[in-house]
Write a protein that binds this ligand. Structure first.
Ligand code: NAP
Length: 485
């Protein structure tokens, strides 16, 4: 299948309300990771095009922020309706460029789209305060205002959903945005721009620029007209962008790498814990920042848990995500496949056992076998690093104290999971985990209504919930005097 005929397909950038190629005509190739087939090209833009987009976003800012939250919200609601209308094409486009199974693509589009109506409404409740005065004749108060132009840089693993998580609160708050999607997956972002245009967003409010990440990134971080950068991606690039933003003291939201512990206590519902571990670890072929990265299992249920998980992992069917019944897509590129090989080799050399999988899949290309490693210890790379692939390492522990120490033994602090039926333990462990999110007997954390984000080196700021709106607003303090007669 090729995307050329799709109504939502665009292979030009959307800058200041116009569809345009890179000024020098350069392009990037986009391929289907499941088949290696060329899907088409996208513009390889750089400094000049990024600057044009920032100028458009800057010019359109005054009119957009002067609209009421209700009026801006109407645009967001129209965009939401158009996404739902075009769900099947968008999902197919996502699977074609990213590889995940079609059912997961549909979920991603629906989940991402849900941020538009949530923030359309939430911005109407961006209330300030009238603060009780400490001095007669004065009235201190606060109002909230959109920050200004926002740069948005997103990764390839959720090419659609990562954009609304940032753009929906930004647009609802009265900001204008310039989006730079990952080069491997530009088409979902361009499709969203096409729908934003159809939804009637004024020119310049929503821009998408594809191409050279370091040159576009340099503009988005260096230009003083951009007041905030919102980035999801690797910790390494996040740190670099943070440093680049220092020159103009930009606000930052960073959603970076994770190393999620998935803790199973002796008293857990083992069937449910196995199903949840499978879903959390193998969704998107493990290429998810909130994936169960280290499965910590208490001694009393270790053997039973591993036996059941092994039989489930063995039953996962890899293949082209467009084919029915496929549960596991390909990895994004050959570097990712090589990385799985290196991580498994290191674990085996250090004493881990391969219970299932452990090598490239017979399908070839970018497919790697769903893999289960047992006897994993903290000295192994699979314990210390974010795996980002279909490799599940299992570690045993004896006490609650040991589980918490193992779980917190990392610089990442994004998602964590606890499986237990002991209510007291739920509180003790949830409070002790140094993570921005804790799933208790549950693994689907992301929702428009709740604040998603990390502690430590997993990032800054929150996406979703009321916090997610405030991350795109300034608080202005106004003091009124001369009130006493
Ligand atoms: P990445 O290499 O950091 O790329 C992410 C985005 O940054 C892409 O758009 C990329 O563009 C761009 N980029 C790369 N270098 C840049 C630079 N010097 N200046 C400006 N932009 C630059 O990360 P990835 O490999 O795509 O994504 C995987 C990582 O993202 C994992 O670590 C994962 O945990 C993390 N992640 C975190 C969350 C979360 O919510 N916390 C969610 C999803 C993923 P090009 O593609 O054009 O190079």
């Amino acid at each position: 299948m090729r995307p050329d005929g799709f109504k939502v397909f665009r292979n030009l950038c959307f800058i200041d309300g116009k569809w345009m190629p890179a000024l020098d005509g350069e392009t990037i190739e986009v391929t289907n990771p499941a088949t290696g087939e060329a899907l088409g090209t996208a513009p390889r833009c750089g400094t000049k095009e990024a600057s044009l987009a920032i100028a458009g976003a800057s010019r359109s800012l005054a009119a957009w922020r002067s609209m009421t939250a209700l009026e801006r919200g109407a645009c967001l609601h129209r965009l939401h309706a158009l996404i739902l209308e075009n769900l099947e094409e968008l999902a197919a486009l996502l699977t074609l460029e990213q590889g995940k199974p079609l059912a997961e693509s549909r979920d991603e589009i629906l989940q991402g789209a849900s941020y538009f109506p949530w923030y359309a409404e939430e911005a109407r409740r961006a209330c300030g305060q009238v603060i009780p005065t400490p001095a007669r004749g004065k009235r201190p108060m606060t109002i909230h205002q959109g920050l200004g132009v926002v740069g948005v840089i997103t990764p390839w693993n959720f090419p659609f959903a990562m954009i609304p998580r940032k753009a929906a609160p930004a647009l609802a708050a009265g900001c204008t945005v310039v989006v730079k999607p990952a080069s491997q997956t530009p088409y979902c972002a361009l499709a969203l721009a096409a729908l934003a245009q159809e939804a009637g967003f004024p020119a310049g409010v929503f821009n998408v620029v594809t191409g050279d990440s370091s040159r576009i990134g340099a503009e988005l971080t260096g230009d003083p007209r951009v007041r905030k950068l919102s980035f999801t991606g690797s910790t390494e690039v996040g740190k670099k962008l943070m440093a680049q933003c220092a020159g103009t003291v930009k606000r930052l939201s960073l959603e970076l790498g994770g190393n999620a512990p998935f803790i199973v206590f002796d008293d857990a519902d083992i069937e449910k814990a196995v199903e949840a571990a499978l879903a959390s670890k193998f969704r998107n072929a493990g290429q998810t920042c909130v994936s169960a990265n280290r499965i910590l299992v208490q001694n009393g249920v270790y053997d039973a848990f591993v036996r059941r998980l092994a039989s489930k992992v063995d039953g996962l069917k890899p293949g082209n995500g467009l084919e029915p019944g496929v549960i596991l897509g390909p990895l994004i590129d050959s570097k990712a496949v090589a990385s799985m090989e290196a991580l498994v080799a290191d674990a085996v050399a250090c004493g881990a056992r391969v219970a299932v999988g452990g090598k490239r899949h017979a399908l070839g290309g970018l497919f790697y076998e769903p893999t289960l490693l047992t006897g994993v210890t903290p000295s192994m790379r699979v314990f210390k690093e974010e795996i980002f692939g279909p490799v599940a390492p299992v570690v045993s522990f004896s006490s609650e104290k040991e589980a918490i120490a193992l779980a917190n033994d990392t610089n990442a602090g994004l998602a964590s999971y606890v499986f237990t039926r002991d209510v007291g333990r739920v509180w003790r462990v949830s409070e002790a985990l140094e993570y921005g999110m804790v799933g208790v007997n549950e693994v689907s954390l992301a929702m428009a209504e709740a604040p998603f984000g990390g502690f430590k080196e997993s990032g800054v700021g929150r996406e979703g919930g009321h916090e997610g709106l405030m991350d795109y607003m300034e608080t202005k303090y106004i003091l009124m005097g001369g009130i006493d007669a």
